[in-house]
Design a protein around this ligand. Sequence first.
Ligand code: ADP
Ligand code: MG
Length: 715
Amino acid sequence: MLKTRQQNVTSATWSPNGVALGTSDLTDASNNPFGQDVFSTEVQRDRLPSDVFEKLQSTLAGGEALDPSLADAVAEAMKGWALERGATHYTHVFQPLTGLTAEKHDSFFEPDSDGNWIAGFSGKELIQGEPDASSFPTGGVRDTFEARGYTAWDPTSPAFIIENPNGALLCIPTAFVSWTGEALDAKIPLLRSMDALSKTAVRALRLLGDAESQRVFTTVGPEQEYFLIDEQYYYARPDLVTTGRTLFGAKPPKGHELDDHYFGAIPERVLACIMDFENELAKLGVPIKTRHNEVAPGQYELAPIFENSNVGSDHQQLSMQIMQKVARNYGLVCLLHEKPFAGVNGSGKHNNWSMGTDSGHNLLDPGATPAENVSFMFFCAAVIQAVNLHQGLLRASVANIGQDHRLGANEAPPAIISIFLGAELEKAFEAIATGRGDGVTQAQVMELGASVLPPLPKHGGDRNRTSPFAFTGNKFEFRALGSSMSLAFPNTVLNTIVAESIDDLSDGLEKKLEAGTDIAEAVQEVVGATYKANKQVCFNGDNYDEAWHAEAEKRGLKNLRTTPDALPEVLADSTVAAFEQYDVLSKRELESRYEVWLEQYTMRANIEAETADAIGRTMLLPAALRHLELTDEAEIEALNSETRELVNGLVGALQSLEQANHYPDGVEGLDLALHARDKQLAGMAEVREWADRLEKVVADDLWPLPKYSEMLFIR
Ligand code: ADP
Ligand code: MG
């Protein structure tokens, strides 16, 4: 059998590594692994002296700064708990600007004066770590010789234990700052933005007559799309290993046209693997709720129940890490790239976002009739204004090189940010804005026409899969995130810009109330005016439609197609003003992010371009030349000239790519990113075109890369 075919047969074979039936009875609560490896509130209640526990809890509930005197007691309890569970090391986990998490492990053990190893872990070590900051991107905030950086314990995100076959590790979520106090990570601005939103929302609630709520939390529930492919193919593809996506690959005869994958039955090995994801994540307290097949072959989705933005964002980083780790136990590789396969739907992440009070009220829940819920209409109007004023920034918050293949490509929302409100809500806003008609949509029931089926209550709005920012019942769903992304920055942006708008609307409301206007009327006026001024960003139709792109341009909405187009929005005046007003990020901190993200774009483009060149020249061209020899020998002119033309095309394209891969002198920053986009990525696309045509011609046993029809369909 051919080498590749043997690989397929091996890939398709798997044996379960456990026996499900009879293992444990999950109706017995004590068998449920949820939270088993988390230093949870319950564990803390058990292990901390009661006064320490009470103080810690009230600090956390109030969102106040931590009393350092508590740290020693907490550290002692944490250490005891971790050691009992087999931990030998601890680490401060942080999120540098790479978008990934970082960790440096320290042993609990150190020698005492008698040379014995004893376990030590004090409050000081819990609260503060000091990793060398010089090797993390800072975007010019620090010079390389200025290495000092600190990690600071985030007591609002619970510590947890990661198991490894050879030991366990206590992980402490932390923030990461430079010695000069600038945020070098993704967590600090997120926490600051949550504070900002809480303050402004509580102010608004007071005006709206809520005397109780003390704090408002932003919430996030991400839906994560990903691919699972057999690891044999992965390791046979240097492009996947190096760049996370296939730089070559002809379209397979069968794609997702038959719609036979979406929500289909999950293949057994894949399901076993997903269940293991869920089990491992459950131990870590990540509440995974939903799993299903996605549109593309080999593509799946995982979604947790929502949590507050900070914990939800930490859990999302953890989920991505665990998914990649666990998949390997099943001979699979989990691909989180935004576009691993050209011509096949890519993977995104839907960011469900809302605001809830500490008394448990969701501020974006319209109740039975939104038009009559003044507080809902107020907060919803604030979101509409925020999204309209900061469209560009929202677009920039989801920009990365992988996204450029996806956004606007009829599989994901376009690069134009707009809001889907749905029919019911639009009607309510229109009625308020025009002062005409009644905005109330009567509750409707759908009869299914078969007596055994129950009547279904109908939602006030249909779904719109094409909108980048859709109201979905009691939350907004920001659908433009990429699958590999951290939730932190998009949510930082959302929280900050909505905080700004809430304040703005509150100013208006306050004035009217002071002038003696009745509250209901005052809210109507503010909401009506806000909606009128910002309704250009609302669009209920098909976002994939070209006609919409033309219409959006007429409305003056931004269409920032690629990462280099979008990133400058991070430094737009409106961004700096909002971020500085709420102390979320200073201009300097924003600049550092811009620099880092731009550089990441350019570097990743360059890595892709060099990988494409290397594979093209050292794997594909030789295969094509061997095939050319075959056609020479066979003396069949038609085949020979066809192959020769393709080989010539490939050689020419490789030469231009190599030229593009030499950076022009003196070009840097945004200009270099544009060079990467317009010369290197364009050059790769040309190489690929010839190579993919060759893939369909060259003898199968000569072609060195696993094909799409194998990678996507054999599992
Ligand atoms: P969909 O209609 O998009 O399939 P689901 O109800 O399944 O919606 O929810 C999708 C995601 O939205 C889940 O992760 C869920 O936890 C999250 N979600 C639900 N309510 C909220 C909320 N108030 N804030 C943030 N996320 C939420
Ligand atoms: Mg959804």
